[in-house]
Design a binder for this molecule. Structure first.
Ligand code: KE4
Length: 430
């Protein structure tokens, strides 16, 4: 596979951009090798600058529910372009998008549009702290909510005492009130709430974890979280940046029937442009400036181009109510084929899938939390990843990520995916 142009561009990029990328996972450090510089996306496929073509299983990390460059979104952007790209003033379009989001996600009585999932998560946590007057934030190991200081925390020595920074540049005092528990461990959540429930402003969780690989909640985990937060007056925040409008129109909260107080959304609702949102109960959203005392602002919040793309995306979903059943069927089809390939080749691996999200974990046991995810053979994953790339399948370049199937994928595409996976697994044993 020719990669000269990607290699040359990566050399140049490292001169001008830290690590040569604008987001760390893109640098292929977890799998080594040269990141592919992409020239074009169309439907289910990417083409890199050397002319190599790949079935795209990353889908820009989730936004591309319909694959690349769907005509309806392209037309919406062209139409908006005639009127201008940004005004820094309210527009009719953003009212339409806010209403469409609230209608799709009933727990959102109001939403505030922002430009990234990080911004949405940071704002939702600040809002929960402002609304409750409390400081403590509970999150879970292996869940990622963007890179706001207070959320870049890992479990401290005594979890129930303080959180430690998980990044340089985050002073310990900024994570001291962030407590990190094990995902899918209701007992530790129960213990923490009985120790300090009245001090907890919020619990923030990925209702289906995607940032340690695809790890669904075990039965009762979300329900128990809901009853504890209710009982102690803490705000329950579902981070649905990845799962929102991906797993169902109403996201994971619709799928699992658990209603949070606040929801964070992103990715799909931007239709491929920078747009995210946080929203929820009206009495909590009433605390957001200019209505209330919790400040949050943004030059490009509700940007007309991003909103036009987001509206077109939600319209595509509205016009195609069977899309989630089809995406679920695609996910199950891919998972079935991958499990057969794992069995046939005898490589210790586990496939976890929900809807159109899935991960092939290089471990022979179920992955229910970060510790079990970290027990995977990441070297084997890296070799398998390059086997997939060489066979024309662009998989997520990290064991600890989900992949995202799109509605542009066909039976033939899933067949290609499974055959490439089988051959790449077999190669591991040679
Ligand atoms: P952004 O700030 O990247 O728009 O969103 C942060 C975020 C928040 N919450 C969840 C559940 C997320 O998955 C994300 C971002 N997801 C990663 C993928 N693991 C984006 C890819 C990247 O960081 O380059």
């Amino acid at each position: 596979m020719k990669t000269e142009r990607s290699q040359a561009l990566f050399e140049q990029a490292q001169e001008w951009i830290p690590g040569g990328v604008n987001s760390p996972v893109r640098a292929f450090r977890a799998v080594q090798g040269t990141p592919r510089f992409i020239a074009h996306g169309e439907g289910a496929y990417l083409q890199d600058v050397d002319g190599n073509r790949y079935l795209d299983c990353v889908g820009s990390w989730g936004p591309l529910l319909f694959g690349h460059n769907p005509p309806a979104i392209r037309q919406a952007l062209m139409a908006q372009l005639e009127h201008g790209t940004t005004f820094g003033a309210p527009t009719e379009l953003e009212v339409q998008l806010a209403r469409a989001i609230c209608r799709a996600v009933p727990s959102c009585e109001q939403v505030r549009l922002v430009s990234s999932g990080t911004e949405a998560a940071m704002s939702a946590v600040r809002l929960a702290r402002g609304y409750t007057g409390r400081a403590k934030v509970v999150k879970f190991e292996g869940c990622y909510h963007g890179h706001a200081d207070c959320l870049l925390a890992r479990a401290g020595s005594g979890v129930a005492t303080f959180g430690l920074p998980d990044s340089a540049g985050v002073p310990p005092n900024l994570t001291a009130d962030t407590l990190t528990l094990r995902y899918n461990d209701p007992q530790s959540l129960q213990r923490l709430f009985s120790q300090m429930g009245e001090e907890i402003a919020c619990v923030i969780v990925e209702p289906v974890a995607g940032n340690m690989g695809c790890v669904p909640p075990l039965p009762g985990f979300l329900e128990q979280m809901r009853s504890l937060t209710q009982k102690y007056g803490a705000v329950l925040i579902f981070d649905e940046v990845m799962t929102g409008f991906r797993l169902a129109l109403g996201g994971a909260q619709e799928l699992y029937g658990v209603t949070p107080d606040l929801t964070i959304l992103g990715k799909v609702i931007g239709g491929g442009l920078p747009l995210a949102a946080y929203g929820g109960r009206r009495d909590i959203m009433a605390y957001v400036a200019p209505l209330g005392p919790v400040y949050q602002a943004g030059t490009l919040s509700g940007n007309p181009m991003a909103v036009a793309a987001g509206l077109a995306a939600l319209r595509l979903i509205e016009e195609d109510p069977s899309i989630y059943a089809r995406l679920k069927a695609r996910g199950e089809q891919a998972a079935r084929g991958l499990r057969e390939a794992v069995l046939d080749t005898g490589v210790p691996a586990t496939v976890q899938q929900i809807g159109s999200m899935l991960t092939l974990f290089f471990t022979d046991r179920p992955v229910t939390d970060y510790a079990s995810a970290k027990s995977c053979d990441t070297n084997r994953f890296a070799r398998w990843f390059h086997g997939m790339l060489a066979r024309g399948v662009y998989w997520a370049p990290s064991q600890f990520e989900s992949v995202f199937l799109s509605s542009a994928m066909t039976d033939a595409d899933i067949y290609l995916l499974v055959q490439a996976a089988r051959a790449s697994l077999k190669e591991l044993e040679s």
